[in-house]
Design a protein around this ligand. Structure first.
Ligand code: PMP
Length: 404
């Protein structure tokens, strides 16, 4: 059973008010709220275990290291990686993609080589490639989409050539909610001998992800979008790939031996983890993954999908409603505009009613250009949202609409 009341009680912030109204938090695509157990994991470790990891002989350091490495194992299991050597801790999706873009382009690409991305990428899966494009003369190819917000698979297949070195693709759009058929798209890339990086920032929190089943070569996600702390994320990479790639940053932890003449690098995954890691953050991330696993990712997905279907139906009944993103396979992100009301006005007035939504281009300006708009209002759901909150959102939109 999905005990929504009990789940909500695990998140103290959901009990607060804003402007004297109960908070309705519908900005989960930006970041999620944290259950008590995640916050407690942070304070507990600072109070009772804190010590730098991997280098100390002393008791606390060993205990902190054990916690940190146990968290890596929790992540491994959560996404079903083959080995914990394949789990690199980063600061988040953005850093994971920058790491890969830098190391991959440096070692695997030369001028004129191509990376395939899609129309619906977040800036964090566009700009790192453009930085490499400027440095090394590599070229971005873009998969187009239809008006429902679905990628055109035929066009995708035609983008491959002998110049294609990587596909870097968002799993779930943070604007449209489209769930891309990444398993099939990865198989297509592999049939051309091309590896694939999946941006899983918006998928991992909402559905079961199995990197081996997808056969993803690389997979990035952020802890803070899956009820974990800010500042911690993951880059998964197949061991045979990570072995081939050069380090991203240099420093402590990532070396085997350093002399002024020559430095040798540490084994995986430490080769990619220069400096003191956020070992408190990784413990808290593991707690968050344990938390959602205890509820069950399949149950969370089913609950959120039902809520999304309900919300789509209810919002569509509002006069002047335009929804962006009506893909067959859609997760809990609804972007919309109503009549001629500016997205910022709608967001600001909903906020006054206690409803937290996001407005703007959502770090996806190329997608906004494709849609022919400047921005949207975006409601994005998490595992604790309810139909009552959807009703309040709909009533809020209707109330704001009448003011214009
Ligand atoms: N990709 C997608 C699809 C996202 O939604 C986001 C966050 N909005 C990111 C990447 C970047 O994540 P972070 O800011 O946690 O690095």
């Amino acid at each position: 059973m999905y005990d929504i009341q009990k789940i909500r009680e695990d998140f103290p912030i959901l009990g607060r008010e804003v402007y004297g109204k109960p908070l309705i938090y519908l900005d989960n695509g930006a970041t999620t709220q944290k259950p008590r157990c995640v916050v407690e994991a942070i304070t507990d470790e600072y109070y009772s275990v804190n010590a730098n990891v991997h280098r100390g002989v002393h008791f606390l350091s060993q205990q902190a290291t054990e916690l940190h490495e146990a968290s890596r194992e929790t992540v491994r299991k959560f996404i079903n990686a083959r080995s914990s050597n394949e789990i690199v801790f980063t600061r988040g999706t953005t850093e994971s993609i920058n790491l890969l873009a830098s190391s991959f382009a440096e070692s695997q690409m030369k001028e004129g080589n191509e990376v395939i991305v899609s129309t619906m990428e977040h800036h964090s899966n566009i700009v790192p490639w453009q930085l490499q494009a400027e440095k090394r003369g590599i070229v971005l190819k873009v998969i187009p989409m239809n008006d429902k917000g679905e990628l055109l698979i035929d066009a995708y297949e035609k983008l491959f050539s002998e110049r294609t070195k990587l596909v870097s693709l968002v799993h779930v759009s943070n604007v449209l909610g489209t769930v891309n058929p990444v398993k099939e798209m990865i198989a297509t890339a592999h049939s051309h001998g091309v590896p694939v990086l999946i941006d899983g920032a918006q998928s991992v929190p909402h559905m079961k992800v199995d990197v081996q089943d997808l056969d993803a070569d690389f997979f990035a996600f952020s802890g803070h979008k899956i009820y974990g702390p800010t500042g911690v994320g993951v880059l998964y990479g197949k061991e045979e790939w990570l072995d081939k790639l050069p380090p991203y940053q240099g420093g402590g932890e990532m070396i085997q031996n350093v002399s002024f003449e020559k430095t040798t690098f540490n084994e995986l995954p430490f080769k990619f983890e220069a400096g003191t890691p956020d070992y408190i953050g990784t413990t808290a991330l593991a707690k968050a993954l344990d938390y959602v696993s205890a509820i069950g990712m399949d149950k969370i997905a089913a609950y959120e999908n039902e809520l999304t279907a309900y919300a789509m139906k209810r919002l569509k009944s509002i006069e002047g409603m335009r929804i962006f993103g009506e893909a067959e396979h859609k997760s809990g992100v609804i972007s919309f505009l109503v009549g001629n009301i500016h997205h910022l006005d709608m967001g600001t007035l909903l906020d006054r009613l206690g409803i937290a939504v996001r407005t703007g281009h959502h770090c996806a300006q190329p997608l906004m250009i494709r849609l022919g708009i400047e921005g949207t209002v975006r409601a994005s759901f998490g595992l604790y949202n309810t139909k009552e909150e959807v009703e309040a959102l709909a009533a809020g939109i209707e109330r704001v609409s009448k003011m214009f």
